[in-house]
Design a protein around this ligand. Structure first.
Ligand SMILES: *Cc1c(COP(=O)(O)O)cnc(C)c1O
Length: 381
């Protein structure tokens, strides 16, 4: 099999046979002319069901994640919603990590719990705790690794094995690592979900989500929901995502090396109480990360010794690291989770301490990013 960088550029993307165009045409159309009643030309009927541009992205992500089927949605949460509703039924229990994306938790708590889903959360890095939290009605384990924002690392192989002992579907949100660094299906996961808005798209210019399933059977169930509920991605967003993925391998290398440099800078500074980065040898998940990832990624979090005031000050003092939600783009971003990304989970078990800062390290020059972080730390006095 060709390597990852090659597949990111070529999988699912033969040149257009009609014109020789090297890029997939953007089929910006809602419908397709039929030859006779019910006689479809190339199997295409209506874009909510299938669209040739979307097919390219779906094949591409299935290939990169090593799954049977890929499905593309309008956002990460749309992809997650379809996954949960297609694979679970009212009365089922889903066990999630206690550090899943806040929007994922909100989706289940506010939308799917009234529909009948039961939710509880657990420390996913503790296998005994996971085993103890599985109930007779549990059907799914849902985890993120590295997690947001504390960069906890879960052993996917071990959790998948435990889940399968109990007949559960194991879902991994692979947004933070991307398939360039980690492929959960190869480690035993049944389903991978992504916010393609982040590293897959990679340029903070598109919203999208994808699901990749290990089996055709699960893929068909989710595909039915994609068609029947309709949260599909539009052709132009799909094109931008495909275009982003072509440089994913290169970008993740630079994100990782820049993040490692930032982490080293932070570790040595007295204003910093703790640094959360799986590439640091004293990170509790370092060995598992080194085993299951081919790089440690671009996300770094830190706890400031000066508490909430210092964290706010830091977040407002960087200049290259711009203050914004989201992550995974070429530009560096700083986020204050307690009042930004994680404000919606305040008061729940997902609450984040108010001295934590999360950095999404972009692909700018390393020296410039390090200087920016240093000057922001100096301002803390
Ligand atoms: C952003 C994000 C999501 C949600 O994706 P959207 O594209 O914003 O809907 C889900 N999981 C993780 C880990 C994320 O970072």
């Amino acid at each position: 099999m060709p390597g990852f960088a090659t597949r990111a550029i070529h999988a699912g993307q033969a040149f257009d046979p009609r014109t020789g165009a090297v890029n997939p045409p953007v089929y910006q159309t809602s419908t397709f002319v039929q030859e006779r009643v019910g006689g479809l030309r190339e199997g295409y009927e209506y874009t909510r069901g299938t669209n040739p541009t979307r097919d390219v992205l779906q094949e591409l992500v299935a290939d990169l994640e090593g799954g049977a089927q890929g499905l593309s949605f309008a956002s990460g949460l749309a992809a997650e919603d379809a996954t949960l509703r297609a694979l679970l039924a009212p009365g089922d229990h889903v066990l999630m990590g206690n550090d899943v994306y806040g929007g994922t938790h909100r989706l289940v708590r506010k939308i799917l719990a009234p529909w009948g889903l039961q939710l509880s959360t657990v420390e996913m890095t503790d296998l005994d705790a996971v085993r103890a939290a599985i109930r007779p009605e549990t059907r799914m384990l849902w985890l993120e690794t590295p997690s947001n924002p504390l960069m906890k690392v879960t052993d996917v192989e071990a959790v998948a094995a435990l889940g399968h002992e109990h007949g559960l579907t194991v879902v991994v949100d692979n947004t933070f690592a991307s398939p360039a660094l980690q492929t959960p299906i190869a480690l035993g996961a049944d389903v991978v979900v992504h916010s393609a808005t982040k590293y897959l798209g990679g340029h903070s210019d598109v919203l999208g989500g994808v699901v990749v399933t290990a089996t055709e059977e699960a893929g068909e169930k989710i595909q039915f929901l994609q068609f029947a509920a309709g949260a599909v991605s539009a052709p132009w967003e799909v094109f931008l995502t495909i275009r982003g993925i072509k440089t994913l391998a290169l970008r993740m290398e630079r994100h990782s090396s820049n993040a490692a440099a930032i982490a080293r800078t932070l570790v040595d500074h007295p204003a910093v109480e703790r640094v959360y980065y799986p590439g640091l040898p004293d990170h509790p998940g370092h060995e598992i990360a080194a085993r299951q990832m081919s790089g440690f990624g671009g996300m770094v979090s830190l706890a400031l010794a000066g508490g909430a005031a210092a964290a706010r000050r830091f977040a407002e003092s960087t200049s290259l690291f711009q203050l914004a939600e989201s992550l995974g783009g070429v530009e560096s971003l700083v986020n204050y989770p307690a009042e930004m990304t994680h404000a919606s989970v305040r008061g729940t078990e997902l609450e984040v301490a108010d001295n934590i800062i999360r950095l999404s390290t972009g692909i700018e020059d390393e020296a410039d990013l390090v200087t920016d972080v240093q000057q922001a730390l100096e301002r803390l006095g």
